[in-house]
Design a protein around this ligand. Structure first.
Ligand code: PLP
Length: 381
């Protein structure tokens, strides 16, 4: 089967680009002596996870317990669930651990730390990262705070709970105007997490791991001493949002949405494709960050090269309105009904979430594999 034949809309993944992105990040982290624990929230795929962990310990990060269960069933046995744990989810964590995986949870709250200690037993041990805020302002204790020491003391020296280490995520690197600013944020991310670990150690609390990472910061970070692992996720695919911020080239974007033209009204200058808000997402992060006018995605030919400067201007649920980036009239003759186009997404994590599989190509038009994705939230449903 080829890209001309798959039902549209479909999510296309170019394995040659994926491999190149992974090799670069993997080698970068190895050169720092840091383990790559990729965040699978973007790819949600066992096939991608196997490639992304090659040459590292095999540890991964997930954003749902559904993913944790899925990866545990598929041979991954060192999994960080990197969303603050609510105590009622602890029994699910134990069920996933019973499948043979170590699942590390995160918290920034003394009450939750106490609940974890209370729930732990020889049959139900828990492993915990303390979530540290190094500037993002989403969650986490501050590196200089008394809460950090309070959580550390609570988890320390309890029989069935392991304090795994410090964890931070510099999500504010997505708002950085340029590479210099990203590099500064990467430095803050490292410094804050290492400082938190040092404070705990000075307080007599063992703390082995220091876990950092976002795609922009890990792409440009200059030093990672004191850090043990990194958790970028978006880097496997990249997207227009990362391109707009100078983090990747257009050629590094590994996923695109295969679509076909379904309406062509030359007298009104209108062309619609069968990829709308549900197939692309309504994320406009590239439009507002570095690529003004690129709307809901950049239109490319089957070879993956941008058909400059055509973009998806507007979306309804299942249809996308094509237009030009600079608002010049669209050459409707170039888009006959049934013609096929690949749309590069603003934010690959959001766009990919609409699909249950990847149609995999290897640089060309031939579909060389179909890889499933694991969407949804509920474990053991
Ligand atoms: N770690 C945590 C806790 C995250 O929330 C995320 C992304 O949301 C990541 C790592 C990966 O960052 P990125 O998506 O920039 O690769």
């Amino acid at each position: 089967m080829t890209l001309q034949e798959i039902p549209t809309p479909a999510l296309v993944l170019d394995r040659s680009v994926l491999r190149r992105n992974i090799t670069r990040m993997s080698e970068r982290m190895r050169n720092f002596g840091v383990n790559l624990r990729p965040h699978l929230k973007t790819a949600k795929s066992v096939d991608v996870a196997k490639l992304a962990t090659e040459g590292h310990s095999g540890a991964i990060t997930v954003s749902t317990l559904h993913e944790a269960e899925h990866f545990a069933r598929n041979g991954f046995n060192d999994i960080t669930y990197a969303v603050g744990i609510a105590p009622d989810k602890l029994p699910l964590v134990s069920r996933i651990q019973a499948l043979g995986a170590h699942v590390h949870v995160i918290t920034d709250n003394v009450g939750v730390a106490q609940a974890i200690v209370h729930a732990a037993s020889a049959e139900r041990p828990y492993s915990v990262f303390i979530d540290v805020d190094t500037g993002y302002g989403r969650s986490g204790v501050l590196p200089e705070s008394s809460e950090l020491l309070g959580i550390g003391e609570t988890l320390h020296a309890t029989q069935h709970v392991t304090l795994k280490g410090m964890l931070t995520h510099a999500g504010h690197s997505y708002d950085a105007p340029d590479v210099t600013a990203i590099t500064r944020i990467a430095d803050d991310e490292r410094n804050g997490a290492v400082r938190a670990a040092e404070r705990l150690r000075a307080h007599g609390v063992d703390c082995n791991d220091v876990s950092v990472g976002s795609t922009p910061t890990m792409r440009f970070v200059e030093r990672l001493d004191g850090v043990t692992e990194a958790r970028p996720g978006n880097f496997v695919f990249y997207d227009l949002s990362m391109h707009g911020r100078g983090v990747c080239d257009i050629d590094d974007i590994a996923v695109s949405v295969m679509t076909e033209v379904v309406v062509n009204l030359p007298d009104r200058g209108r062309v619609l494709v069968d990829a709308g808000a549900l197939a692309l997402s309504q994320d406009r992060s590239a439009d507002t960050g570095g690529m003004p006018g690129c709307g809901f995605g950049l239109v490319c030919g089957l070879d993956g090269q941008p058909h400059a400067p055509v973009v998806v201007k507007k979306t309804s649920q299942e249809q996308g309105w094509l237009g030009t980036r600079d608002d010049r009239p669209l050459e409707t003759g170039a888009f006959p009904i049934g013609s096929r186009w690949r749309i590069l997404p603003n934010h690959s994590c959001m766009t990919a979430a609409a699909y249950d599989r990847y149609h995999v190509v290897d640089g060309g038009n031939e579909i060389v594999a179909v890889w499933p994705r694991v969407n949804g939230w509920t474990a053991f449903d």
